[in-house]
Design a protein around this ligand. Structure first.
Ligand code: FE2
Length: 204
């Protein structure tokens, strides 16, 4: 007997070696803005407890322009000079912040960098199988969970980044923490439609 798992969803965990430098450069201002409650809740989000710079203009971002460390990270996954990037940060700390289940469509690739994350108290995001509605039909304690389980957690620590297709739903569970849990998110959209760019010819 051989079990084949079809249509696996690629999620990559990768270390960001520049994490400590990024943290020193950006974290103090991120925490200052958290204390000042600088950001309004984004339109269309359901959560009423959140601190995020998502959707804010470049001039209102702590991270702008894109640091080389993140540009290098993205280049490992996306082979296009014309990719459209969006970057923001999120702080989950003392107010029980959370974010409801959501996806990052219409972007193509999404990144979460765990800039400040203590495994001893911080909760990682929970990912959901796109087939979860169909799998619910098969849910039964007499059937092995591998056939119907719909959610998964990836063990992460500070300095890790998760890279995943933007259609993959996830949510950030609530928590009141003694230390700030800070993530930096990046969305990448590839150019749509049209023929591929002509390749430069080599040689004379
Ligand atoms: Fe997200």
């Amino acid at each position: 007997m051989e079990l084949k798992t079809l249509f696996a969803i690629p999620v990559v965990k990768i270390r960001v070696p520049e994490t400590e430098a990024l943290k020193q450069q950006f974290l103090p201002e991120m925490l200052r803005r958290y204390e000042a409650q600088s950001y309004e809740r984004p339109a269309l989000w359901e959560t009423d407890r959140v601190h995020t710079s998502f959707g804010k203009a470049s001039r209102d971002q702590v991270i702008d322009p894109l640091p080389e460390a993140y540009a290098k990270l993205v280049r490992q996954f996306v082979n296009s000079e014309r990719a459209n990037l969006s970057i923001w940060h999120n702080v989950y700390w003392t107010r029980g912040e959370y974010q409801e289940r959501h996806h990052h469509i219409p972007y193509h690739f999404s990144f979460i960098h765990f800039m400040a994350f203590d495994k001893a108290e911080h909760r990682p995001p929970i990912f959901y199988d796109p087939s979860r509605m169909i799998k619910a039909y098969c849910s039964h304690d007499g059937i092995p969970p591998a056939y119907w389980s719909e959610s998964a957690v990836i063990d992460v620590e500070e300095g890790d980044a998760l890279v995943f297709p933007s259609y993959l739903e996830h949510h950030v569970p609530p928590g009141k923490y003694t230390k700030p849990r800070v993530t930096v998110s990046i969305n990448v959209a590839m150019p749509q439609g049209g023929p591929p760019e002509p390749r430069p010819r080599s040689g004379a």
